[in-house]
Design a protein around this ligand. Structure first.
Ligand code: ADP
Length: 397
């Protein structure tokens, strides 16, 4: 079975083509809608191929270019796409699992757009475009929020009058669910834990960052909330700030609501503190003793450690394992070491040699053999997770 996975952002389309569990191709189209839209296609073991994307291409013509390139490549031409899986950012409290897309489901995804305006509309546009480019091929929506629909009321409610939840859907939803669920399942397999009896903390640290408490296979708390701004310090997002900050800054500086929202989402976090988003660069500056890079890394790791401790309240005890994933979680020994050093309350330690090589020769383990919680590095694979769910929903048993 050949599954195309599509991740539509407001101005980009990322895609991956799977033949069974094998990645046959990956790529992206960037700057959709602008005159310098461009794209590329990567095949395992081959050099990058540029995609001819028309200037000003919209999502449909970008997908058309992708399809034409897949069909034209001699190694891919024979692969008939049998299903399409879409990453959809917001499923509200309507979708708690991957769902076969029908006109009704697409209308409900659109109806949730106020919760994540730029993402949800891009996702719906991607589904529309794929329907035009691949008529008759079944499509599945895999929601970033779905895995967290198991979190209990005392965790998902904000302490607000009930009409804000009832009428405006204000509650905590959580994101990165596909990634947290994927690495948690791999951790359970690797450690041989019972599927229905385990306690895990997972930290997805990429450009966006979130941590989740997983009890017996279910998400019971997570750091992101109504939107992906809540929680940890991220590449450009502040994470938690005092909720009065908006009104304070508005009164003090005259900044508008939109300008402050932009500040917190796009000009804060690591970028705001140190002027650098890329963790590789920050780690170099940290090694040279650069004070703002050191502060940014201290803020990042302290907040992460504090949230990981807080998530233990939902687990009801010490975790069996702490899992690092995402671009930073998988590749930064520094961030893992600084975070774990702040978690002595959980009796957690690292093996520095295993940490330096990301647990490559120890099935992801970077803590000494006999200690618990075990600390693991597990690469996420959101595209393969989406392809797997898409296959499950579109295969007739
Ligand atoms: P996204 O959330 O966009 O999927 P990624 O999961 O790819 O992001 O993570 C991007 C982050 O990973 C960036 O901060 C980047 O600096 C960091 N990163 C990637 N490789 C390394 C590395 N070798 N060492 C440290 N950080 C890394």
């Amino acid at each position: 079975m050949v599954v195309l996975v599509i991740n539509c952002g407001s101005s980009s389309v990322k895609f991956a083509l799977f033949s069974g569990d094998r990645t046959a191709a990956r790529g992206m189209v960037e700057r959709i809608g602008s005159h310098d839209a461009s794209g590329h296609l990567d095949l395992p073991g081959s050099s990058r191929i540029a995609l001819p994307v028309p200037s000003g291409a919209d999502h449909a013509s970008a997908l058309g270019s992708v399809l034409a390139a897949l069909r034209a490549h001699p190694d891919l031409a024979s692969l008939e796409i049998t299903a399409i899986g879409h990453r959809v950012v917001h499923g509200g409290d309507r979708f708690s699992s991957p769902t076969l897309i029908t006109p009704q489901v697409l209308a409900e995804i659109r109806d949730l757009a106020p919760l994540a305006p730029s993402h949800a509309l891009a996702n719906a546009t991607g589904i529309d475009a794929a329907t035009r480019v691949f008529p008759g091929v079944p499509q599945v929506a895999v929601f970033d929020t779905a895995f967290h629909q198991s979190i209990p009321p005392e965790v998902y409610h904000y302490a607000l009058p009930p009409e804000f939840h009832r009428e405006h859907r204000v509650r905590r939803y959580g994101f990165h669910g596909t990634s947290h669920a994927w690495v948690a399942a791999r951790a359970v397999e690797t450690l041989g834990l019972p599927e229905d009896k385990h306690r895990l903390l997972t930290a997805h640290l990429g450009n966006g960052c979130s941590a989740t408490a997983i009890l017996d296979g279910k998400s019971v708390d997570t750091t992101m909330g109504l939107t992906p701004l809540e929680g940890l310090v991220m590449g450009t997002r502040s994470g938690n700030v005092d909720p009065n900050l908006h009104s304070y800054l508005h009164r003090r500086t005259g900044m508008s609501l939109d300008e402050i929202t932009d500040l917190l989402n796009h000009r804060s976090g690591l970028t705001g503190v140190a002027g650098v988003n890329d963790m590789r660069h920050l780690a170099e500056l940290h090694a040279q003793g650069d004070p703002t890079a050191c502060l940014a890394i201290d803020l990042f790791t302290f907040r992460l450690a504090r949230e990981l401790c807080g998530l233990c309240a939902a687990l009801g005890g010490r975790p069996d394992a702490i899992v690092f994933t995402g671009g930073i979680g998988e590749n930064s020994p520094l961030i893992r070491a600084e975070t774990i050093a702040r978690l002595s309350v959980l009796s957690t330690t690292l093996d520095p040699v295993l940490n330096a090589v990301h647990g490559r020769d120890s099935r992801g383990r970077i803590s000494p053999e006999i200690t618990t919680p075990v600390v693991l590095v597990i690469p996420t694979n959101e595209e393969l997770a989406i392809a797997t769910e898409t296959r499950r929903l579109t295969t007739v048993p």
